[in-house]
Design a protein around this ligand. Structure first.
Ligand SMILES: Cc1ncc(COP(=O)(O)O)c(/C=N/[C@@H]2CCCCNC2=O)c1O
Length: 437
């Protein structure tokens, strides 16, 4: 364990730790992090997707410097600032007509989803909310309340009903997954959940922390029809897979539905804390002083977000995510022909998952092997984490700036790590103290 990591253990709380290996960093540039031991590590996680432009991107640095050099306050609570207005106008132009009303700014996906959960109930008078089993919508009380991930210890909202997200790998086919998931939703509407009491449905276009689950084609179109029929608002949580990561700017478009409310976060700030909720004016202006924190809408983070949106456009990063994502997907599929432990490779663009199983026919989750593979990859110079309700899905969410060469380099490291794990060459003891989820 490095000196810096040991020093952290004597100074920083573990309450926010989601640790898979003892990485301590002192810097980074592009798709690389600099370890405190001087190593350069290829970052296939991008800090859970937040470093959308990689590290130390000059556009973000310049934008933040300009905003700080003539600082228009530190909050939009009690005064408007030009940068937030400009960012709001940009985001309104990026969402479908249904959602094109007003923009709320926050710090994180959690406070954004918490705000939406409160807003839809307050504005519609409907007491119920739908979300998916395995969904991660945040780490605050109000966002955990509408989440369904088993790793969360928070209380679920009284009006929350969790429904199954279609898992094509677990069900054996997309058709079976879609049929099962729709049947359960329709059963709930017919028995336990009166649809006219449901205010909104929280949707991840790809369920990331739940295992990078890609919905079957047609599933969300069917869900949207059910929602429209019953006046249920659809919320697209684009916090992790939005902003071009899937190879299209908005992930909901590929998933085949048009949301009423869109939630952005993580990569929006390029590593700085900012989130946004974009929705219809009637909802977004249903009240004043409804959801506020002191430095919400600060111009510095908003400037970073504008730089991110500008850079995504200027550097064609949506196309890069599509193209480099295909290279990565194909390379990972190549690994699957080599390692029986890889049960499934799935995802879109640069939102990819590799599900590890001990047996392809039973699909028994290979939790320990996932943890060992991630640990060994770290030792070999690649940073990636695992997700999934069984913690057996390697998650790849690299910076949108990733090059094809970097993609191949990362897969070569993962290849070696999986080889050593499957040959029993990685001592299980390395996982002591790294409990992950
Ligand atoms: C789809 C989706 N919506 C909202 C959130 C919450 O965002 P914040 O962690 O910025 O509050 C997240 C956060 N996801 C977690 C962050 C904690 C570590 C585990 N991995 C994640 O990506 C998310 O994936």
């Amino acid at each position: 364990m490095s000196g810096l990591y040991a020093r952290e253990s004597r100074s920083v709380s573990t309450m926010a730790h989601l640790r898979f290996f003892p990485l301590a960093v002192t810097g980074g540039s592009g798709a690389y992090l600099t370890g405190d031991d001087g190593r350069r590590l290829l970052d296939f996680a991008a800090s859970w997707g937040a470093a959308s432009l990689g590290h130390a991107h000059p556009a973000v640095r310049a934008a933040v410097d300009r905003a700080l050099s003539d600082q228009a306050g530190a909050s939009y609570l009690s005064m408007a600032n030009d940068i937030c207005v400009l960012l709001a106008e940009r985001l309104l132009a990026l969402v479908p007509g249904r959602a094109r009303g007003r923009v709320w700014f926050g710090h994180s996906g959690s406070d954004a989803n918490e705000t939406v959960a409160r807003m839809v109930v307050a504005a519609t008078g409907r007491p119920r909310i739908l979300a998916f089993r395995g969904a991660y919508h945040g780490g605050t009380v109000g966002s955990m309340a509408v989440s369904g991930h088993p790793a969360q210890q928070g209380l679920r909202a009284a009006g929350l009903t969790l429904v199954p997200y279609p898992d094509s790998f677990a069900a054996g086919s997309p058709e079976a997954a879609m049929q099962q998931a729709l049947a359960e939703l329709e059963r709930l509407f017919a028995t336990e959940v009166p649809p006219h009491e449901v205010a909104a449905f929280f949707v991840e276009p790809i369920q990331s922390d739940g295992g990078m689950l890609v919905p079957p084609s047609g599933y969300f179109a069917a869900v949207e029809a059910l929602c429209r029929k019953n006046g249920i608002l659809i919320i697209s949580d684009e916090v992790k897979v939005g902003l071009g990561r899937t190879g299209r700017f908005n992930a909901f478009g590929q998933a085949g539905f048009e949301p009423d409310i869109v939630v952005f976060g993580k990569g929006l700030g390029g590593g700085l804390p900012i989130s946004a909720v974009v929705g219809p004016e009637a909802l977004m202006n249903h009240s004043s002083a409804f959801s506020l924190q002191t430095v919400h809408g600060n111009p510095v983070c908003a400037a970073a977000a504008l730089a991110v949106l500008d850079t995504i456009e200027r550097e064609n990063l949506v196309e890069n995510a599509d193209r480099t994502g295909q290279v990565l997907h194909e390379a990972l599929t190549g690994l699957a022909s080599k390692y029986a432990i890889i049960g499934d490779v799935r995802g879109r663009g640069l939102a990819l998952g590799v599900e590890l199983v001990n047996d392809r026919s039973t699909r028994k989750p290979a939790r320990r092997e996932a943890a060992l593979a991630v640990f060994r990859a770290f030792e070999l110079g690649l940073v990636l984490y695992y997700v999934g309700v069984e913690s057996n899905v390697l998650e790849l969410t690299p910076p949108l700036t990733l090059t094809e060469e970097e993609a191949r380099q990362g897969v070569a490291i993962l290849d070696r790590a999986l080889g050593e794990v499957t040959q029993g060459l990685v001592d299980h003891k390395v996982l002591d103290g790294f409990s992950g989820w």
